[in-house]
Design a protein around this ligand. Structure first.
Ligand code: SF4
Length: 257
């Protein structure tokens, strides 16, 4: 379960002003944000259902797959991951292979030289610390410890950490990908100044731990099908009642003007 103090301090960092102003405005802003997150969660649940958690990969494989997904589509990264699995006899072999060979294997994921170097560095780092290439031990750590351990690996950001902990271990850590960030900004759940990095703990702190997985899956579904980057379908959107920034007015409203 996520650490409440950690969540509170994240929230405080997102506000500025004198300490006296902060304490009052932070509390009311926090409550308003929590209420909004709960409305969004409920509306999405009604619209998309309750996805059941399932393990996507073991933690080590999930970490490598998530590195491959950076700046590319799930299809391209998935293809690169399958190619990597098929071409090497285990993660030790990837760790010991020349960067160029790894890069050639994962070419379909794009930025292959950078990703190959990152994957090799991550594998080396994990082996140096643990004496093995398994991350199963993360299961026994609490959320704060597990996040901290993964973040201490070079080239591992908050989204990668969250994907590993949520998808492979079922820990309540929210990945904020491009869909989650876009929907959160448009609805006003996060303010425009909040960075995608800060949005991870901020949004996570507005949810109950047991809500995190369904929230993530449903917001992504909504971002892909309705609240698209280009031409979002605001008319009929289930989040329209709570959205601060509907991009296009519903046709019935536009017709009245
Ligand atoms: S009303 Fe429009 S901008 Fe708001 S969440 Fe729905 S599709 Fe996105």
């Amino acid at each position: 379960m996520s650490n409440v103090t950690d969540r509170d301090s994240t929230h405080r960092r997102l506000f500025t002003g004198s300490p006296a102003e902060c304490s009052t405005s932070n509390e009311s802003a926090r409550e308003a944000a929590r209420r909004k997150a709960q409305r969004i969660y409920g509306l999405l649940l009604a619209g998309y259902g309750t996805p059941a958690w399932r393990q996507h990969h073991n933690p080590m494989s999930q970490l490598i797959l998530t590195v491959l997904t950076q700046n590319t589509s799930d299809i391209n990264s998935g293809r690169a991951f399958q190619q990597l699995i098929a071409s090497f006899d285990g993660w030790e072999a990837v760790r010991d292979a020349p960067v160029e060979e790894i890069a050639q294997t994962i070419k379909s994921a794009g930025l292959s030289n950078i990703k190959a170097r990152r994957i090799k560095d991550i594998l080396r780092s994990i082996y140096e610390r643990n004496g093995s290439l398994s991350l199963d031990f993360l299961r026994s750590l609490d959320v704060v410890e597990a996040k901290s351990w993964l973040r201490s690996l070079g080239g591992v950001g908050p989204k990668t950490v969250a994907c590993v902990l949520l998808f492979s271990l079922g820990k309540p850590v929210l990945p904020v990908d491009t869909h989650v960030f876009r929907v959160s900004q448009r609805t006003g759940l996060v303010q425009p100044k909040v960075s995608v990095e800060a949005a991870h703990e901020y949004i996570e702190g507005l949810l109950q731990p047991e809500q995190v997985y369904a929230f993530h899956i449903n917001v992504i579904a909504h971002g892909r099908r309705v609240c698209k980057a280009q031409r979002p379908k605001c008319d009929g959107c289930v989040l329209h009642p709570v959205c601060d920034n509907p991009v296009a007015l519903p046709r019935r409203d536009a017709a009245r003007q």
